[in-house]
Design a protein around this ligand. Structure first.
Ligand SMILES: C[S@@+](CC[C@H](N)C(=O)[O-])C[C@H]1O[C@@H](n2cnc3c(N)ncnc32)[C@H](O)[C@@H]1O
Length: 203
């Protein structure tokens, strides 16, 4: 009986915390990085490659790389003549990813610390922007999407990855609404309603 009550209280506390987190967008703390180190089902690196269609020599901006789950592969896809710019609010995540890039012998990953709502890159300077499990952590996602639209080349593409279970999961309907407000058009998506990569482009 006591164990049941304890389990009930723990479940309620977990649900409460998840609900609070959902209503209060904030960056995943570096101390909880085990969440982003785990395999990302459905939104796999192979699926990202199919949706992104990277070319050697391209300059790709990844916002919120976490521990670099996708970064290292992207750096290999664009090759030594290309570049992956990683941009994160938290320096610890950038340092972590840079350490892994160095271990793998990659010299084309460039870190910059900052907030996604104020990107420190020039207009029309990126071939592609990628963000996975990041948008819902940003208190003003439309402002971040506007910044992304600004730095993307007119022929560039934005790939947004989302996975249900993340307390900050962004549904496709919400992403479509936010993207249209920010001047981005929905092109296609791969996956299903609870785990997907969406491909968008500047209007
Ligand atoms: C849940 S992790 C996702 C990591 C990685 N993309 C992945 O899928 O494994 C979210 C990442 O976004 C970063 N982030 C959150 N809010 C941000 C903001 N406003 N500007 C830049 N980065 C942000 C966090 O610091 C963290 O690295």
């Amino acid at each position: 009986m006591r164990a049941r009550r304890l389990l009930g209280a723990a479940t309620l506390a977990t649900l409460g915390a998840a609900l609070w987190w959902r209503k209060n967008p904030s960056a995943c703390p570096y101390g909880q990085r085990f969440w982003v180190e785990a395999p990302h089902p459905i939104i796999t690196r192979e699926r990202l490659r199919e949706v992104l269609r990277p070319e050697p020599g391209e300059r790709i901006l990844e916002i919120g790389p976490g521990v670099g789950y996708y970064t290292l592969d992207m750096a290999e896809w664009v090759g030594p003549e290309g570049k992956v710019e990683i941009f994160d609010l938290q320096q610890e995540f950038l340092d972590h990813t840079m350490g892994r890039a160095t271990e793998r012998g990659l010299a084309n990953v460039v870190p910059t610390q900052g907030d996604a709502t104020a990107l420190s890159y020039e207009d029309d300077s990126m071939d592609a922007v990628v963000l996975t499990a990041v948008l819902g952590e940003i208190p003003d996602p439309v402002a971040a999407l506007r910044e992304i639209a600004r730095v993307l080349e007119p022929s560039g593409r934005l790939i947004v990855g989302e996975l249900f279970g993340d307390p900050h999961f962004t549904t496709q309907a919400a992403l479509k609404r936010q993207a249209s407000e920010a001047g981005l058009s929905w092109e296609s998506h791969s996956g299903n309603w609870f785990a997907y990569f969406a491909r968008l482009s500047p209007n």
